[in-house]
Design a binder for this molecule. Sequence first.
Ligand SMILES: [Zn+2]
Ligand SMILES: [Zn+2]
Length: 382
Amino acid sequence: MKLRIPSDRINWTNSSFLMGTAFVTCTVVPYYLWHYGVDLFQVAMFLLFFIASGLSITLGYHRLFAHMAFQAKWPVRLITLIFGATAFENCALAWVSDHRRHHKHVDHDDDPYDISKGFWHAHIGWILFKLNPEPPYDNVNDLRKDALVQWQDRYYVAIAVGFGFVLPALLGYWHGGATGALGGFLLAGVARVVAVQHMTFFINSLCHTVGNQPYSNKCSARDSWFMAIFTFGEGYHNYHHEFQHDYRNGVKWWQWDPTKWTIWTLEKLGMVDGLRRVAEDKILLAQLADARRRLGEKLVCPKVSANARLHELLRASDAKLHAIGERWTAVKAQYAEKAGAMKAEYAERATAQFDDAREALAEMRREVREALRLLEHAGAMA
Ligand SMILES: [Zn+2]
Ligand SMILES: [Zn+2]
Protein backbone atom coordinates (compact mmCIF):
# COMPACT_ATOMS: atom_id res chain seq x y z
CA MET A 1 0.00 0.00 0.00
CA LYS A 2 1.34 3.42 -0.94
CA LEU A 3 1.33 6.18 1.67
CA ARG A 4 0.04 9.32 0.02
CA ILE A 5 1.22 12.55 1.60
CA PRO A 6 -0.57 15.69 0.37
CA SER A 7 2.69 17.56 -0.24
CA ASP A 8 0.89 20.60 -1.68
CA ARG A 9 -0.71 21.14 1.73
CA ILE A 10 2.35 20.79 3.91
CA ASN A 11 2.78 23.66 6.33
CA TRP A 12 6.54 23.96 6.04
CA THR A 13 7.06 26.25 9.05
CA ASN A 14 5.16 23.98 11.42
CA SER A 15 6.51 20.76 9.95
CA SER A 16 10.16 21.87 10.01
CA PHE A 17 9.84 23.04 13.61
CA LEU A 18 8.04 19.89 14.83
CA MET A 19 10.33 17.50 12.97
CA GLY A 20 13.48 19.51 13.77
CA THR A 21 12.84 19.69 17.54
CA ALA A 22 11.85 16.00 17.65
CA PHE A 23 14.98 15.05 15.69
CA VAL A 24 17.28 17.08 17.98
CA THR A 25 15.57 15.56 21.06
CA CYS A 26 16.18 12.03 19.78
CA THR A 27 19.77 12.57 18.64
CA VAL A 28 21.65 15.62 19.97
CA VAL A 29 20.03 15.57 23.43
CA PRO A 30 21.07 11.93 24.25
CA TYR A 31 24.55 12.70 22.86
CA TYR A 32 24.83 15.74 25.15
CA LEU A 33 23.64 13.70 28.15
CA TRP A 34 26.07 10.92 27.39
CA HIS A 35 28.96 13.29 26.83
CA TYR A 36 28.43 15.90 29.57
CA GLY A 37 25.99 14.22 31.94
CA VAL A 38 23.32 16.20 33.72
CA ASP A 39 23.31 18.04 37.03
CA LEU A 40 20.52 18.97 39.41
CA PHE A 41 20.36 22.51 38.05
CA GLN A 42 19.59 21.30 34.53
CA VAL A 43 16.96 18.84 35.83
CA ALA A 44 15.32 21.55 37.95
CA MET A 45 15.34 23.97 35.01
CA PHE A 46 13.75 21.36 32.71
CA LEU A 47 10.99 20.70 35.25
CA LEU A 48 10.45 24.39 35.94
CA PHE A 49 10.12 25.29 32.25
CA PHE A 50 7.96 22.21 31.65
CA ILE A 51 5.55 23.16 34.44
CA ALA A 52 5.56 26.87 33.50
CA SER A 53 4.79 26.24 29.83
CA GLY A 54 2.43 23.30 30.47
CA LEU A 55 0.38 25.13 33.09
CA SER A 56 0.31 28.28 30.96
CA ILE A 57 -1.37 26.23 28.24
CA THR A 58 -3.86 24.41 30.49
CA LEU A 59 -4.59 27.21 32.96
CA GLY A 60 -4.01 30.20 30.67
CA TYR A 61 -4.66 29.38 27.02
CA HIS A 62 -7.28 26.72 27.76
CA ARG A 63 -9.33 27.36 30.89
CA LEU A 64 -8.85 31.14 31.11
CA PHE A 65 -8.69 32.44 27.53
CA ALA A 66 -10.61 29.76 25.61
CA HIS A 67 -13.34 28.99 28.16
CA MET A 68 -13.33 32.02 30.47
CA ALA A 69 -13.78 29.64 33.40
CA PHE A 70 -12.52 32.43 35.69
CA GLN A 71 -11.18 35.97 35.55
CA ALA A 72 -7.54 36.81 36.11
CA LYS A 73 -5.62 39.92 37.04
CA TRP A 74 -2.95 41.16 34.63
CA PRO A 75 0.08 39.41 36.23
CA VAL A 76 -1.56 35.98 35.71
CA ARG A 77 -2.55 36.87 32.15
CA LEU A 78 0.92 38.22 31.36
CA ILE A 79 2.81 35.22 32.80
CA THR A 80 0.56 32.65 31.10
CA LEU A 81 0.83 34.53 27.80
CA ILE A 82 4.63 34.63 28.01
CA PHE A 83 5.12 31.01 29.04
CA GLY A 84 2.19 29.83 26.91
CA ALA A 85 4.15 31.21 23.92
CA THR A 86 7.19 29.13 24.97
CA ALA A 87 5.19 25.95 24.25
CA PHE A 88 5.32 27.00 20.56
CA GLU A 89 1.66 26.14 20.04
CA ASN A 90 0.82 29.44 18.35
CA CYS A 91 -0.30 32.74 19.84
CA ALA A 92 -3.27 32.70 22.24
CA LEU A 93 -5.67 34.19 19.66
CA ALA A 94 -5.05 31.42 17.12
CA TRP A 95 -4.94 28.67 19.76
CA VAL A 96 -8.22 29.77 21.31
CA SER A 97 -9.89 30.15 17.92
CA ASP A 98 -8.96 26.56 17.01
CA HIS A 99 -10.03 25.28 20.41
CA ARG A 100 -13.42 26.99 20.37
CA ARG A 101 -14.06 25.48 16.94
CA HIS A 102 -13.05 22.09 18.36
CA HIS A 103 -15.76 22.35 21.04
CA LYS A 104 -18.39 23.74 18.70
CA HIS A 105 -17.91 21.19 15.93
CA VAL A 106 -16.40 18.29 17.87
CA ASP A 107 -16.03 15.09 15.78
CA HIS A 108 -17.15 16.89 12.62
CA ASP A 109 -15.45 18.41 9.59
CA ASP A 110 -15.04 21.90 11.05
CA ASP A 111 -13.34 20.53 14.18
CA PRO A 112 -9.63 21.28 13.51
CA TYR A 113 -8.51 18.18 15.39
CA ASP A 114 -11.45 15.96 14.37
CA ILE A 115 -10.72 12.47 15.78
CA SER A 116 -13.00 10.85 13.22
CA LYS A 117 -10.26 11.64 10.65
CA GLY A 118 -7.96 9.35 12.62
CA PHE A 119 -5.62 9.36 15.60
CA TRP A 120 -2.66 10.73 13.61
CA HIS A 121 -4.69 13.65 12.24
CA ALA A 122 -6.01 14.62 15.70
CA HIS A 123 -2.57 14.30 17.28
CA ILE A 124 -0.31 16.16 14.86
CA GLY A 125 -1.48 15.79 11.26
CA TRP A 126 -3.77 18.82 11.49
CA ILE A 127 -0.75 21.02 12.31
CA LEU A 128 1.53 19.62 9.61
CA PHE A 129 -0.98 20.17 6.81
CA LYS A 130 -2.47 23.60 6.52
CA LEU A 131 -6.15 24.13 6.04
CA ASN A 132 -7.10 25.67 2.76
CA PRO A 133 -8.44 28.33 3.12
CA GLU A 134 -7.44 29.04 6.73
CA PRO A 135 -10.57 29.65 8.81
CA PRO A 136 -11.03 33.25 10.00
CA TYR A 137 -10.48 34.09 13.66
CA ASP A 138 -14.08 35.26 13.98
CA ASN A 139 -14.75 33.60 17.33
CA VAL A 140 -12.23 35.45 19.50
CA ASN A 141 -13.51 39.02 19.39
CA ASP A 142 -13.73 39.07 23.19
CA LEU A 143 -10.00 38.33 23.43
CA ARG A 144 -9.05 41.03 20.96
CA LYS A 145 -10.12 43.58 23.57
CA ASP A 146 -7.37 42.35 25.90
CA ALA A 147 -4.28 44.52 25.34
CA LEU A 148 -1.96 41.80 26.68
CA VAL A 149 -3.36 39.24 24.23
CA GLN A 150 -2.83 41.74 21.41
CA TRP A 151 0.73 42.36 22.57
CA GLN A 152 1.48 38.63 22.64
CA ASP A 153 -0.02 38.24 19.16
CA ARG A 154 2.25 40.98 17.80
CA TYR A 155 5.51 39.76 19.36
CA TYR A 156 4.70 36.04 19.55
CA VAL A 157 7.85 34.69 17.85
CA ALA A 158 10.21 36.97 19.80
CA ILE A 159 8.54 36.05 23.13
CA ALA A 160 8.54 32.33 22.31
CA VAL A 161 12.19 32.24 21.23
CA GLY A 162 13.36 34.68 23.92
CA PHE A 163 11.72 32.98 26.89
CA GLY A 164 11.61 29.43 25.46
CA PHE A 165 15.16 29.03 24.11
CA VAL A 166 17.35 32.05 24.95
CA LEU A 167 16.37 32.32 28.63
CA PRO A 168 17.19 28.67 29.53
CA ALA A 169 20.46 29.00 27.60
CA LEU A 170 21.37 32.19 29.53
CA LEU A 171 20.48 30.59 32.86
CA GLY A 172 22.55 27.55 31.87
CA TYR A 173 25.47 29.82 30.97
CA TRP A 174 25.20 31.60 34.31
CA HIS A 175 25.37 28.25 36.08
CA GLY A 176 27.83 26.29 33.96
CA GLY A 177 29.42 28.36 31.18
CA ALA A 178 29.17 27.34 27.53
CA THR A 179 28.38 23.69 28.30
CA GLY A 180 25.66 24.80 30.70
CA ALA A 181 24.23 27.13 28.03
CA LEU A 182 24.09 24.28 25.52
CA GLY A 183 22.45 22.06 28.14
CA GLY A 184 19.87 24.72 28.99
CA PHE A 185 19.03 25.22 25.34
CA LEU A 186 18.79 21.48 24.61
CA LEU A 187 17.01 20.28 27.78
CA ALA A 188 14.83 23.09 29.18
CA GLY A 189 14.51 24.49 25.64
CA VAL A 190 14.17 21.93 22.85
CA ALA A 191 13.38 18.67 24.72
CA ARG A 192 10.94 20.48 27.00
CA VAL A 193 9.07 21.97 24.01
CA VAL A 194 8.71 18.50 22.48
CA ALA A 195 7.41 17.09 25.80
CA VAL A 196 4.88 19.90 26.34
CA GLN A 197 3.66 19.80 22.76
CA HIS A 198 2.99 16.08 22.78
CA MET A 199 1.31 16.42 26.16
CA THR A 200 -1.13 18.88 24.57
CA PHE A 201 -1.46 16.83 21.39
CA PHE A 202 -2.40 13.78 23.47
CA ILE A 203 -5.40 15.67 24.81
CA ASN A 204 -6.67 15.95 21.24
CA SER A 205 -5.83 12.37 20.29
CA LEU A 206 -5.73 9.96 23.26
CA CYS A 207 -8.33 11.84 25.33
CA HIS A 208 -10.75 11.31 22.44
CA THR A 209 -9.77 7.61 22.20
CA VAL A 210 -9.04 5.98 25.58
CA GLY A 211 -10.95 6.14 28.85
CA ASN A 212 -14.61 6.13 29.77
CA GLN A 213 -17.58 8.41 29.30
CA PRO A 214 -19.27 8.93 32.68
CA TYR A 215 -21.14 12.11 31.72
CA SER A 216 -22.19 11.72 28.12
CA ASN A 217 -21.55 9.79 24.94
CA LYS A 218 -22.66 12.64 22.69
CA CYS A 219 -19.07 13.11 21.54
CA SER A 220 -15.86 11.09 21.51
CA ALA A 221 -14.26 12.83 24.53
CA ARG A 222 -13.20 10.52 27.37
CA ASP A 223 -12.16 10.66 31.00
CA SER A 224 -8.85 9.03 31.86
CA TRP A 225 -7.03 9.38 35.21
CA PHE A 226 -3.95 8.01 33.50
CA MET A 227 -3.95 10.80 30.91
CA ALA A 228 -4.67 13.36 33.65
CA ILE A 229 -1.29 12.55 35.24
CA PHE A 230 0.58 13.72 32.12
CA THR A 231 -1.67 16.60 31.20
CA PHE A 232 -1.96 18.70 34.37
CA GLY A 233 -5.47 17.32 34.92
CA GLU A 234 -6.82 17.76 31.38
CA GLY A 235 -7.33 13.99 31.06
CA TYR A 236 -10.87 14.31 32.44
CA HIS A 237 -11.93 15.31 28.99
CA ASN A 238 -15.43 13.78 28.96
CA TYR A 239 -16.42 16.02 31.87
CA HIS A 240 -14.73 18.96 30.18
CA HIS A 241 -16.67 18.57 26.92
CA GLU A 242 -19.93 18.24 28.83
CA PHE A 243 -19.28 21.23 31.13
CA GLN A 244 -16.65 23.28 29.33
CA HIS A 245 -16.98 26.45 31.43
CA ASP A 246 -16.17 24.76 34.73
CA TYR A 247 -12.69 25.73 35.96
CA ARG A 248 -12.23 22.10 37.02
CA ASN A 249 -11.70 19.19 34.61
CA GLY A 250 -11.28 16.61 37.36
CA VAL A 251 -14.43 17.69 39.17
CA LYS A 252 -14.27 15.25 42.10
CA TRP A 253 -12.03 16.50 44.91
CA TRP A 254 -9.78 13.44 44.66
CA GLN A 255 -9.25 13.61 40.90
CA TRP A 256 -5.72 14.60 39.84
CA ASP A 257 -6.05 18.10 38.42
CA PRO A 258 -3.09 20.37 39.30
CA THR A 259 -4.54 23.06 37.03
CA LYS A 260 -7.70 23.37 39.17
CA TRP A 261 -5.61 23.37 42.38
CA THR A 262 -3.43 26.16 40.99
CA ILE A 263 -6.50 28.22 40.02
CA TRP A 264 -7.99 27.63 43.48
CA THR A 265 -4.73 28.70 45.14
CA LEU A 266 -4.49 31.81 42.95
CA GLU A 267 -8.03 32.70 44.05
CA LYS A 268 -6.96 32.49 47.70
CA LEU A 269 -4.03 34.79 46.84
CA GLY A 270 -6.44 37.27 45.25
CA MET A 271 -4.94 36.90 41.76
CA VAL A 272 -8.03 35.38 40.09
CA ASP A 273 -11.75 35.42 40.82
CA GLY A 274 -15.17 34.47 39.44
CA LEU A 275 -14.36 30.75 39.35
CA ARG A 276 -17.18 29.00 37.50
CA ARG A 277 -18.49 25.74 38.92
CA VAL A 278 -21.31 23.62 37.55
CA ALA A 279 -23.93 22.93 40.24
CA GLU A 280 -23.55 19.50 41.80
CA ASP A 281 -27.09 18.39 40.99
CA LYS A 282 -26.52 19.15 37.31
CA ILE A 283 -23.38 17.01 37.32
CA LEU A 284 -25.17 14.18 39.15
CA LEU A 285 -28.12 14.34 36.76
CA ALA A 286 -25.71 13.96 33.82
CA GLN A 287 -24.10 10.96 35.51
CA LEU A 288 -27.54 9.56 36.30
CA ALA A 289 -28.73 9.89 32.71
CA ASP A 290 -25.55 8.28 31.43
CA ALA A 291 -25.78 5.43 33.97
CA ARG A 292 -29.39 4.79 32.87
CA ARG A 293 -28.28 4.74 29.24
CA ARG A 294 -25.64 2.13 30.03
CA LEU A 295 -28.03 0.12 32.20
CA GLY A 296 -30.45 0.07 29.27
CA GLU A 297 -27.72 -1.26 26.97
CA LYS A 298 -26.83 -3.99 29.47
CA LEU A 299 -30.48 -5.01 29.96
CA VAL A 300 -30.84 -5.94 26.29
CA CYS A 301 -27.50 -7.76 26.19
CA PRO A 302 -28.17 -11.52 25.70
CA LYS A 303 -25.52 -12.56 28.25
CA VAL A 304 -27.17 -10.40 30.92
CA SER A 305 -30.68 -11.59 29.98
CA ALA A 306 -29.48 -15.15 30.56
CA ASN A 307 -28.44 -14.24 34.12
CA ALA A 308 -31.78 -13.74 35.88
CA ARG A 309 -30.30 -12.35 39.12
CA LEU A 310 -28.05 -9.83 37.41
CA HIS A 311 -30.87 -8.82 35.09
CA GLU A 312 -33.13 -8.17 38.09
CA LEU A 313 -30.41 -6.14 39.87
CA LEU A 314 -29.88 -3.95 36.82
CA ARG A 315 -33.60 -3.44 36.33
CA ALA A 316 -34.06 -2.49 40.00
CA SER A 317 -31.13 -0.07 39.80
CA ASP A 318 -32.62 1.59 36.73
CA ALA A 319 -35.98 1.98 38.50
CA LYS A 320 -34.26 3.52 41.56
CA LEU A 321 -32.35 5.99 39.41
CA HIS A 322 -35.54 6.97 37.65
CA ALA A 323 -37.32 7.49 40.98
CA ILE A 324 -34.55 9.56 42.54
CA GLY A 325 -34.29 11.70 39.40
CA GLU A 326 -38.02 12.44 39.65
CA ARG A 327 -37.76 13.15 43.37
CA TRP A 328 -34.95 15.63 42.84
CA THR A 329 -36.88 17.43 40.10
CA ALA A 330 -39.89 17.76 42.41
CA VAL A 331 -37.82 19.03 45.37
CA LYS A 332 -35.99 21.50 43.19
CA ALA A 333 -39.22 22.82 41.69
CA GLN A 334 -40.57 23.32 45.22
CA TYR A 335 -37.70 25.62 46.10
CA ALA A 336 -37.14 27.16 42.69
CA GLU A 337 -39.17 30.19 43.58
CA LYS A 338 -37.27 30.70 46.83
CA ALA A 339 -33.98 30.44 44.98
CA GLY A 340 -35.42 33.05 42.61
CA ALA A 341 -33.25 34.47 39.91
CA MET A 342 -30.01 33.45 41.57
CA LYS A 343 -27.18 32.04 39.51
CA ALA A 344 -27.38 28.24 39.20
CA GLU A 345 -24.58 27.57 41.68
CA TYR A 346 -26.05 29.89 44.32
CA ALA A 347 -29.54 28.51 43.72
CA GLU A 348 -28.24 25.02 44.32
CA ARG A 349 -26.52 26.13 47.50
CA ALA A 350 -29.73 27.83 48.66
CA THR A 351 -31.79 24.73 47.87
CA ALA A 352 -29.31 22.62 49.81
CA GLN A 353 -30.23 24.51 52.98
CA PHE A 354 -33.47 22.55 53.16
CA ASP A 355 -33.31 19.12 54.78
CA ASP A 356 -35.34 17.24 52.19
CA ALA A 357 -33.33 18.78 49.34
CA ARG A 358 -30.08 17.82 51.04
CA GLU A 359 -31.42 14.33 51.57
CA ALA A 360 -32.56 13.96 47.95
CA LEU A 361 -29.16 15.14 46.70
CA ALA A 362 -27.33 12.71 49.00
CA GLU A 363 -29.61 9.90 47.85
CA MET A 364 -28.92 10.75 44.23
CA ARG A 365 -25.16 10.70 44.93
CA ARG A 366 -25.53 7.29 46.62
CA GLU A 367 -27.72 5.74 43.93
CA VAL A 368 -25.49 6.94 41.10
CA ARG A 369 -22.45 5.46 42.90
CA GLU A 370 -24.32 2.17 43.43
CA ALA A 371 -25.40 2.02 39.78
CA LEU A 372 -21.83 2.63 38.59
CA ARG A 373 -20.54 -0.15 40.85
CA LEU A 374 -23.22 -2.48 39.52
CA LEU A 375 -22.38 -1.57 35.94
CA GLU A 376 -18.75 -2.36 36.58
CA HIS A 377 -19.75 -5.71 38.08
CA ALA A 378 -22.08 -6.42 35.13
CA GLY A 379 -19.28 -5.48 32.72
CA ALA A 380 -17.00 -8.04 34.35
CA MET A 381 -19.70 -10.72 34.19
CA ALA A 382 -21.08 -10.13 30.73
ZN1 LIG B 1 -11.60 17.66 23.04
ZN1 LIG C 1 -11.67 22.95 26.09
